[in-house]
Design a protein around this ligand. Structure first.
Ligand SMILES: Nc1ncnc2c1ncn2[C@@H]1O[C@H](COP(=O)(O)OP(=O)(O)O)[C@@H](O)[C@H]1O
Ligand SMILES: [Mg+2]
Length: 158
């Protein structure tokens, strides 16, 4: 199943992330694709807010993995990964990427293509197309056990 949403501003992209975040319960792996400047981090900030992270979400460009706790859903952690600076795929194992694929974590990965061969089967795939001030086309697809209809039911009601 696929759902396509047009976002005309950073705020709209943020809100889409927030709506999705509100639906997550832990154990989800979200692969977030898009060129530099597409709006992946804007989406991630919204998602974190929706999960209930009060702390400011910053781009984990240099740390690669940033861990946040939800202030709303007490047992859930939000794991924001940005694999852009991964030197080689094996490094993902070393920095613990796979250790976070757990029931109590919502994992959002920017640049998942850098670990293409190790992406789990049950994921939500999001692709943001567009740059500059142009509207973004945001597509959401679910694979395996992830059920997109449940997740997106509210995201579409903009
Ligand atoms: N519709 C939109 N959605 C998201 N970002 C947008 C949109 N329109 C313009 N922008 C701008 O594009 C940039 C996206 O930056 P960022 O989220 O850091 O990109 P990425 O993480 O994909 O490299 C921001 O400066 C944001 O203000
Ligand atoms: Mg980014």
């Amino acid at each position: 199943m696929e759902s396509i949403i047009i976002s005309k501003s950073p705020e709209e992209t943020f809100i889409l992330g927030e709506r999705l975040g509100q639906k997550l319960e832990g154990g989800e792996v979200i692969c977030l694709y898009g060129e530099l400047g597409a709006g992946k981090t804007v989406f991630a900030k919204g998602l974190g807010k929706g999960i209930g992270v009060a702390e400011e979400i910053t781009s984990p460009t240099f740390t690669l993995i940033q861990e946040y706790t939800s202030d709303l859903k007490k047992d859930i952690k939000f794991i924001h990964m940005d694999l852009y600076r991964l030197q080689y795929p094996e490094e993902a194992e070393t920095i613990g990427v796979f250790d976070y694929f757990q029931e109590d974590c919502v994992c959002l990965m920017e640049w998942p293509e850098l670990i293409a061969d190790s992406i789990p089967a049950d994921i939500l795939e999001i692709n943001i197309v567009g740059s500059g001030d142009l509207p973004r086309e945001i597509s959401l697809k679910s694979f395996g056990q992830m059920v997109l209809s449940d997740l997106m039911e509210s995201a579409n009601n903009t």
